[in-house]
Write a protein that binds this ligand. Structure first.
Ligand code: BEZ
Ligand code: FE
Length: 267
């Protein structure tokens, strides 16, 4: 609290607001609260668009020790995604150009991790997540797979596209007032969990996307940008015969070992 008050007073001394400006700030925060429900968290969106969430991420993930880098979870993660077998099509009928994604989950020194839970979720070709379709209740473009004995996972999906974050509330007003666009560069989300390891929350961004340098939530890290390759019609890695061109993403993930729990009463 001492630090918060010191920095808040520094800000007020620096900005010297009029009473009207002070009230506009109070109204902005009030609207941010009113906009927040169990489905929409406008305060977290504010934290993300001010770069605070990624600063907290940077502070808490300083030493990756060879593990894959992390980024924001975002509002479109849904717990309890449908379990799917390896090779499944996760689209649930949502549309886009076919994508085959594959990789290995391992420890930081490259030991493959068997039965790691791999949650994936993403937007469709129109830039929407399943939960943004008002008339839809079933999962689409999300699922949970488990790695095999080689630590390998693979699934069929569609190419993700860049999309705007929700901008019909106070956060959208703030972006407009500061002349910022609301877009995120195209990405796939991953949440990967294995016993004895820290759960990894990350994205894989599409190289060449026009918003990589101006992500509305500052979530891009260079190490998370991948080349999604365009493949000609023909046999895919799982033997499927593709009659149209398709995209392929290959990426291995390394999980960080979990810290052993502190012993109660130890000094
Ligand atoms: C997302 O990538 O799903 C996301 C992250 C932060 C804010 C809005 C969307
Ligand atoms: Fe996203």
């Amino acid at each position: 609290m001492t630090s918060l008050v010191r920095h808040l007073h520094d800000f007020i001394r620096d900005a010297e607001p009029t009473f009207d400006e002070w009230l506009a700030g109070i109204n902005f925060l009030t609207r941010t609260g009113h906009m927040s429900t169990d489905k929409r968290q406008e305060f977290i969106l504010l934290s993300e668009t001010l770069g605070v969430s990624m600063l907290v991420d940077a502070i808490n993930h300083r030493n990756r020790d060879g593990a894959t880098e992390t980024t924001v979870l975002g509002p479109f993660y849904v717990e309890g995604a449908p379990e799917m077998p390896l090779g499944a099509n996760v689209t649930g009928g949502l549309k886009g150009e076919p994508l085959f994604a594959e990789g290995i989950v391992s420890s930081p020194d490259g030991q493959p991790l068997l039965n790691a839970a791999v949650d994936v979720w993403q937007s469709d070709a129109a830039g929407f997540y399943d939960v943004q379709y008002a008339d839809r209740t079933e999962a689409g473009l999300r699922g949970r797979l488990h790695t095999n004995s080689n630590g390998r996972f693979y699934f069929w999906s569609v190419m993700p596209t860049a999309y705007p974050i929700p901008s019909d509330g106070p956060v959208g007003d703030m972006l407009k007032a500061t002349k910022r666009h609301p877009y995120r560069p195209a990405h796939l989300h991953f949440l990967i969990a294995a016993e004895g390891y820290e759960t990894l929350i990350t994205h894989l961004f599409v190289a060449g996307d026009q918003y990589l340098d101006s992500d509305a939530v500052f979530g891009v890290k260079r190490s998370l940008i991948r080349t999604y390759t365009r493949e000609a019609a023909g046999a895919a890695p799982d033997g499927r015969k593709m009659t149209t061109p398709w995209w392929r993403l290959r990426n291995d993930f390394r999980l960080k070992r979990a810290e052993p729990p502190a012993i109660q009463g130890a000094r």
